[in-house]
Design a protein around this ligand. Sequence first.
Ligand code: AMP
Ligand code: MG
Length: 366
Amino acid sequence: MNRVGKRIVSGSGKPSCKGEWAGLAGLVGVFLLLGALAGCVQGPQVYQRSQVLMGTVVTLKVVARDPERAHQAMEATFREIRRLEQLLSTYIPESDLSRVNAYAGLHPVRVAPEVMEVLQDALEVYRITRGAFNIAVGPAVARWGIPDHPRVPSREELASLRPMVDLESVVLDPEKGTVYLPRKGMRLDVGGLGKGFASDRAYQVLRRYGIQGGIIAVAGDLRVFGHRPDGRPWKVGIRHPRREGWLARLDMEEGAVSTSGDYERYFMLNGIRYHHILDPRTLWPVRGIQSVTVLATQSVWADALATGVFVLGPQEGARLIESLRTSRQPAFRGLEAVIVDEKGQIWVSPGLRGRLEWAGDSPPGI
Ligand code: AMP
Ligand code: MG
């Protein structure tokens, strides 16, 4: 995987005021000097950087007064995301998760506490979605080969993988820190929540560096905190699933937004769209839905639920969001969603109605 460090920046230049101070002091006295000084004190600005990590572009925007501090914080954040990638990526053969998969049917494998945590979160969302979110779909994801070697596997091939997609048989031992896949050929794939998990960790690093506001964007998974330098909230866009640009935008100060869509990774064959989110029952790409956006307090829940609700489909997905947002569980406080079905009809959860700015005319509800 290549890593590209790019410095794109809004307002990183240090103002140099020395010459102006001397000239002004000589010319017009103390009041004007004070005025000039005030103008030269740099206020908070947005600093932005992007790197390719976890197979996608990770962009950080941070609000800071000191560019050095901003860049140190961003460097540390990228290091943390890279560290998590080394643990969780199934593209890296030595990662903890790749080792778990490689020893399927043989023996338990010791993993880092972060890996145990991601797997426990995944199990929780498996239960909440009654199996729609299932990270044991790994063998089927590999057979569809999206996006690198796309192909349509035969029905027999997919049927032969069914016994492997059995998350309930996975043995997690948090005390020993081990994970065991009991059947050869089983394969866990945390693509549905790993980026969200990483965004939450990235947020913690930025806060440790004293950063008061910013956005962490790992592809379609965003973690937002604080506000813009002018005190206004951040604007977050929800991508249109069938057109360039955004479908809707909203103001956000604190929380996470994740979108899962059939347009992210897919191939077209004979006019049919084959994408990367699979129904664990059929092991075929899910039909009847174009995209799901979930807002939550933490990115890991937003990410996993966006994928899980996508699999459940528009009606059952909306029902799950309704029941979770009224459940009073702290993890799902502030949970909201936007669901776009196969016809492009849009459902918006009650707490978001009136908060969205639409790109076109106000859309019809389902
Ligand atoms: P996301 O982009 O967050 O919706 O995640 C999609 C990724 O999750 C896919 O590329 C697969 O790696 C994985 N995945 C596919 N189907 C499922 C599923 N039913 N449950 C959990 N993860 C899945
Ligand atoms: Mg997801």
